[in-house]
Design a binder for this molecule. Structure first.
Ligand SMILES: Cc1cc2nc3c(=O)[nH]c(=O)nc-3n(C[C@H](O)[C@H](O)[C@H](O)COP(=O)(O)O)c2cc1C
Length: 317
């Protein structure tokens, strides 16, 4: 079994954040600073270009994230060019000959990933930002996974990590490394829309919802509230689920750009809201009609800094 963090100096991994948030600039800056940077899931063409662009910026290991519900054969061909492939959301299955990590929300899923040949797992707690598979706190899940998996099997932990003390606590509890998403949305190199970042800097609370589930139903996600969540706050979860289930097959046939244009307008009559977050090269209207993914740590983060500084600060002391 390969060491998933071979050649990575520091125990900090930047989470793959899809929809255009984590591209080559962020992944390369994190890797160059000694952590492991991850390029977020994208269509195979852009994913290949992002990986090549990251390679031009750093010679250190770089990871690629593949979201299983959206993975096609070409994704695996592109991902094979990364040093580490991180998969998420679905039954773990080895699809690469290279180093493979699977992000899990339960001990059962972690055991299944190991049985499928994963070189390590990321256990994700319920406080995490973005799509949330965990149903318990990250450190609690880590403790249970540590007890269930063999000694020495690499377990990384995601959710609730924003400062060096969080990293230290994770390592002391037996994690091989800490995985951070929200902290790196607020890095200079992230491609989150400037207004999305401002909302997170000011944000103090998050909610877990299935609202932005068009094309990806039954997948809870943690966000900072915005106009869309306020507009649909009263809609019962089963009704939201039904709308997303019915509309998703059509939405998934549209390319990502068309989804943003046609369906990301705010769901005036029906909550037809897609998972694409606002990026710096997309429409600003998504700040109030799209998901402002963020974890509970948003309450403790109040600045935007260069990724290299963040890596160093997370590992200080
Ligand atoms: C903006 C954002 C987008 C995310 N997108 C993805 C994704 O595309 N794939 C994935 O595996 N995880 C994704 N996640 C979840 C992360 O992998 C990780 O579990 C989470 O960020 C950890 O919690 P934290 O945000 O509190 O650090 C996303 C998280 C955020 C904040």
């Amino acid at each position: 079994m390969a060491d998933p963090l071979a050649g990575v100096e520091l125990p900090v991994v930047q989470a793959g954040m899809g929809g255009g948030i984590a591209r080559h600039e962020l992944a390369a800056a994190v890797s160059e600073a000694g952590g492991l940077g991850t390029i977020g899931h994208a269509e195979p063409g852009p994913l290949a270009r992002e990986l090549a662009a990251a390679r031009a910026l750093t010679r250190r290991p770089v990871a690629v994230n593949v979201l299983l519900p959206f993975a096609r054969a070409r994704h695996w061909e592109v991902a094979a060019g990364a040093d580490v492939v991180v998969t998420f959301w679905g039954a773990p299955r080895r699809r690469t000959d290279g180093v493979w990590l699977h992000q899990c929300g339960s001990v059962e899923e972690a055991l299944a990933a190991r049985a499928a040949g994963a070189d390590g797992v990321i256990v994700q707690g319920e406080e995490a930002g973005g799509h949330v598979r965990g149903r318990t706190g990250a450190l609690e899940l880590l403790e249970r996974a540590r007890a269930a998996l063999p000694d020495g099997y690499p377990i990384l932990v995601a959710g609730g990590i924003a400062v060096a003390a969080d990293v230290r606590a994770a390592l002391a509890a037996g994690a091989r490394a800490a995985v951070c998403g929200t902290r790196f949305v607020l890095a200079d190199e992230s491609r989150a829309h400037p207004e999305y970042r401002r909302r997170l800097v000011d944000g103090r609370e998050t909610l877990l919802t299935e609202l932005f589930g068009l094309g990806w139903p039954a997948a809870p996600h943690r966000v900072v509230p915005n106009r869309a969540t306020e507009r649909w706050a009263g809609a019962p979860a089963p009704a939201l689920g039904a709308v997303n289930r019915v509309a998703s097959p059509l939405a998934r046939r549209l390319p990502e750009r068309a989804q943003r244009a046609a369906l990301g307008r705010g769901g005036a009559r029906l909550p037809l809201l897609a998972p694409a977050p606002p990026t710096d090269d997309g429409p600003a209207s998504l700040v109030d009609s799209g998901p402002l993914y963020a974890g509970a740590t948003v309450a403790r983060i109040g600045d935007v800094r260069p990724a290299a500084e963040l890596v160093a600060a997370l590992c200080a002391g």
